[in-house]
Write a protein that binds this ligand. Structure first.
Ligand SMILES: [Ca+2]
Length: 229
């Protein structure tokens, strides 16, 4: 009876937190057949020419009188007061399995670092949205076409850390996002974070950085076409 209860409890926990059985896996190394197809180090202003800025949410402005929503500064891409005016790569991602990696830094205690994966290159929430330190730095999440959708996969483990925050301010973290078949796997600093398996997979081909208002910073964007395994 108690074993059954424990099994049921842990299953419910897995469903509630959206964490699957890959929870303890570390990042798989790239194979020699995997191919780097795009990289951007944001060392020049013209880096921005490889991206297009989307429209902000209705009733909001992208940027403020003090700052542009997106700017290149000291070799890094800065985002501030973006209001979901994502900065999409103009180049389409490779078809099939793909890895996107970059360095992300929250520059405030608010956290809130976000990107769009496999979207249409124009619209916010056209694909999957990955959020670290959202909702005042309390949750990591992968959402599908709706940041507030009931099918969002959440990871609240950061609330159990001493600081109860997902991201410390000013600490660069390496994000790796992989699409393998109909599954998305997300790693932060080499550690598995969340998966999203989707039987109705969105085959969007674009990647974009995004955010709401917090000041964040990105660098070293790389895209790899992954060989089938
Ligand atoms: Ca750089």
């Amino acid at each position: 009876m108690s074993i059954l209860f424990l099994c049921l409890s842990s299953s419910l926990l897995v469903i509630a937190f959206g964490i699957d059985s890959r929870g303890d896996q570390s990042l798989p190394p790239l194979s020699p057949e995997d191919r780097l197809v795009f990289s951007e180090d944001f060392e020049a202003q013209r880096s921005l020419e490889r991206f297009s800025q989307a429209e902000p949410d209705l009733g909001h402005k992208a940027g403020s009188p003090e700052t542009a929503a997106w700017r290149v500064l000291d070799g890094k891409l800065h985002a501030q007061e973006v209001h979901n005016a994502a900065l999409w790569m103009k180049t389409a991602l490779p078809e099939g399995d793909v890895r996107v990696s970059f360095v992300a830094t929250a520059l405030t205690e608010e956290g809130d670092v976000k990107c769009e994966f496999l979207g249409d290159g124009i619209h916010h929430q056209s694909g999957y949205i990955l959020i670290n330190g959202g909702w005042k730095n309390t949750v990591r999440a992968i959402a599908r076409q709706d940041e507030h959708g009931e099918d969002r996969h959440d990871d609240y483990r950061c609330q159990r850390t001493p600081r109860k925050k997902c991201i410390p301010a000013n600490k660069p973290q390496v994000w790796v996002i992989e699409r393998r078949g109909q599954r998305i796997d997300w790693y932060i600093d080499g550690v598995f974070t969340l998966s999203y398996r989707d039987h109705n997979f969105i085959n969007g081909r674009y990647f974009g950085f995004n955010n709401w208002s917090a000041h964040t910073q990105f660098d070293d964007l790389k895209v790899y076409k992954l060989a089938s395994r």
